[in-house]
Design a protein around this ligand. Structure first.
Ligand code: GTP
Length: 296
């Protein structure tokens, strides 16, 4: 696990670093509050940080406040390090957003158990966030999470003038799959189909389970023509071969609706989804295992 230490006292910082590395932590160090804030806001930042209270410029209290107000997509466990150990200071640090408090000079055993507690809470927090945003059967985003991503991309579209496209995919005759092969076989098909779809997307595309057998893909910086190409890759990856399950080889296909929003259109999330849904309806009506583009 990665831990960030922010301390302007070089000796104290090196001692802490050595101690934590001996315990197996991957340690990053910074010497001031501003650098701690910058690092903790990066997506791959450590989930646990030990912050010295007294630092030049931005102090530990300011770091805690800023991290709590800016970092919303994950939880950073913050331990305040200070020689001020009276109750009023503990209260001030915790009110600013610190999770725990270690007096300076620290007792090594106390430091070890406090970091262990922080690590446990951090890991639980990560597991909870994963469960809240991912579908248990397929492991892809759940409906709420993929819609959140689309909403953020539409906001970005307004700011950066890049198009956004969505692909709605719906498994064909899936009720029949369940009826003929059983519900467990249906589950296996869903898992394999999402695996195949995920395998043909770009790393920055997002795949979510919108409903039972409905998938939603969000394609940032992608116009209608680009989205149609991705949709064809998705369609053929699913239809190319039957899904091998413990209940037999099950032919599967997706009907797909595609819609894109361009800069200046002021397209809402529900508006874009309605367009893609209407296109999907046409793909079903047109014979299934096919793609339709909204507005055509
Ligand atoms: N095995 C399994 N089946 C599911 C799951 N979620 C939804 N379904 C099934 O998906 C089926 C969807 O059926 P319909 O909406 O009638 O659609 P369809 O049979 O795919 O027909 P078309 O969409 O018109 O091609 C239903 O039988 C649901 O029970 C799931 O998690 N696992």
């Amino acid at each position: 696990m990665k831990v960030l230490i922010a301390d302007d006292d070089r000796l104290s910082l090196l001692y802490l670093q050595d101690t934590l590395e001996d315990w197996g932590y991957e340690v990053e160090t910074v010497a001031d509050g501003q650098s701690a804030c910058d690092r903790l806001q990066e997506p791959d930042a450590p989930m646990l940080a030990i912050i010295d209270w007294m630092m030049p410029g931005m102090d530990g209290i300011d770091v805690c406040r800023l991290i709590r107000s800016r970092v919303k997509d994950r939880y950073v466990y913050l331990i305040m390090l200070t020689s001020r150990s009276e109750t009023e200071f503990v209260v001030e640090a915790m009110n600013a957003g610190a999770d725990d408090f270690i007096g300076k000079p620290f007792n090594v055993e106390e430091l070890q158990v406090r970091i262990r507690a922080g690590r446990r809470i951090s890991e639980l927090e990560q597991q909870l966030r994963l469960k809240a945003s991912h579908d248990a059967l397929t492991g892809i985003y759940n409906r709420g999470a993929v819609i959140d991503i689309l909403e953020k991309e539409l906001v970005r579209l307004g700011r950066e003038h890049q198009p956004v496209a969505v692909i709605f995919g719906d498994l064909d005759h899936f009720k029949r799959t369940n009826d003929v092969y059983g519900h467990l076989a249906g589950d296996a098909v869903l898992r394999e189909v999402t695996r195949r779809v995920g395998g043909v997307l770009r790393p920055y595309d997002s795949l979510g389970r919108y409903g039972g057998e409905e998938l939603l893909i969000v394609l940032p910086a992608c116009d209608a023509a680009g989205a149609m190409e991705v949709a064809e890759r998705v369609r053929s990856a699913v239809a190319a071969q039957p899904v091998q399950t413990g209940f037999g080889a099950i032919p599967s296909s997706l009907s797909i609706g595609v819609a894109a929003a361009g800069p200046g259109q002021g397209m809402s999330c529900s508006g874009l989804l309605q367009l893609a849904d209407a296109a999907l309806y046409r793909a079903k009506a047109g014979g299934r295992n096919r793609i339709e583009l909204a507005g055509e």
